[in-house]
Design a protein around this ligand. Structure first.
Ligand code: ACO
Length: 318
């Protein structure tokens, strides 16, 4: 016995920013951004919106839809690259706001975080240690970006997506990797207040875009093929490929390699940009709400991110 996803919920900052609006702030254009990435809009936090508030809203919807009591949750895992505090963890802030006392911790596998969280949750549920785990992916990429660097800031968005998992047997395959190349995508912290070393300000997100692109195209393809081989499946056997929404061109190249029709590779990057570990549960939520995922639907989830990490999962919806 492992897990199944009982429910999902999402929460996005209220402000949606179009490419045209960005073009009034920096030297860019809707034509450049949408043709290179597929992105049209992204949601950016403003006012008092923070990761804890977005996470609680997404979690509240997921808990309500799972029809469980808050007290039924016996673990909270948050995937984030940067919570509201260095410590305590975002997961502890969510636990406090929900009023539950259970193990709660953050994990950082960058954009692969949702699949990492699923694998950990699967292990806790399959050993009987947990019955209901709340997974929240929440990212505020707008805090990490250098808003004077047009080559990165236009790509990302903010948001949160949650799911409640419980006992089931949905996961048929899951594989996590990290294989170096840390210099391709990173953000350095500052040196802090030590009197014994020179002060250094925290940096912003740095990305070698073309190398990340090449990594993603080759690794996503390779990991997908490994998953299919392990289960003795062909690409045609998968109903929906839920890929990390980093760039529409990366998704299109994975689809071409597998020779699959466009409708099997749903996207929402046009409306949200790259929200890191949030992209896959955000897309899952939309597909569930639209009725596109039903009992028996065969899904392949695939993510890549800083590290460089990957996560690949095949599940049959229960
Ligand atoms: N608007 C207009 N022009 C721009 C912009 C912009 N926003 N950004 C860059 N340019 C210019 C560059 O200055 C360059 O100009 P030049 O030719 O005069 O020097 C030109 O556009 C081409 O720049 P490239 O970097 O070569 O553009 P490329 O076609 O490689 O596209 C992109 C860049 C979209 C970043 C692409 O490399 C990419 O998508 N990489 C993968 C990114 C990714 O997946 N990131 C997520 C990783 S994991 C995670 O999710 C955290």
């Amino acid at each position: 016995m492992g897990l199944r996803i009982l429910s999902t919920g999402i929460s996005l900052p209220k402000t949606a920013v179009s490419n045209d609006r960005l073009a009034t702030m920096m030297n860019t254009s809707d034509q450049w951004i949408s043709s290179r990435t597929g992105i049209k809009y992204r949601h950016i936090a403003s006012g008092d919106e923070n990761l804890t508030s977005l996470s609680i809203a997404a979690a509240g919807t997921a808990i309500e839809r799972a029809a469980i009591r808050v007290s039924d949750i016996d673990m909270i895992i948050c995937s984030t690259m940067c919570g509201d505090y260095v410590f305590p963890s975002l997961a502890c802030c969510v636990a406090e706001a929900l009023g539950v006392t259970c193990p709660a911790f953050d994990l950082n596998a960058a954009c692969s975080g949702f699949i990492y969280a699923l694998d950990i949750a699967d292990k806790f549920i399959s050993t009987g240690r947990s019955k209901h785990i709340l997974i929240v992916c929440a990212e505020m990429m707008s805090r990490l970006c250098d808003w004077t660097d047009r080559s990165t800031c236009v790509l990302f968005g903010d948001g949160a997506a949650a799911c409640v998992v419980g006992e089931g047997n949905a996961i048929k395959y899951i594989n996590l990797t990290s294989d170096g190349h840390t210099h391709l995508l990173y953000q350095q912290v500052g040196s802090g207040n030590s009197p014994f070393r020179p002060q250094k300000e925290p940096g912003f997100l740095v990305m070698a875009g073309q190398d990340v692109f090449k990594f993603a195209v080759s690794k996503v393809g390779q990991q997908t093929e490994l998953a299919l081989q392990a289960l003795n499946l062909t690409p045609d056997d998968i109903d929906l490929y839920i890929l990390h929404q980093a760039n529409k061109r990366i998704i299109d190249s994975a689809r071409a390699r597998l020779e699959q029709p466009e409708e099997k590779f749903p996207t929402n990057i046009d409306r949200y940009g790259n929200t890191s570990s949030v992209t896959i549960p955000l897309l899952l939520d939309e597909l569930l709400e639209a009725g596109s995922i039903k009992k028996g639907t065969k899904l392949l989830l695939s993510a890549f991110g800083a590290g460089m990490t990957t996560g690949t999962c095949v599940m049959i919806w229960e």
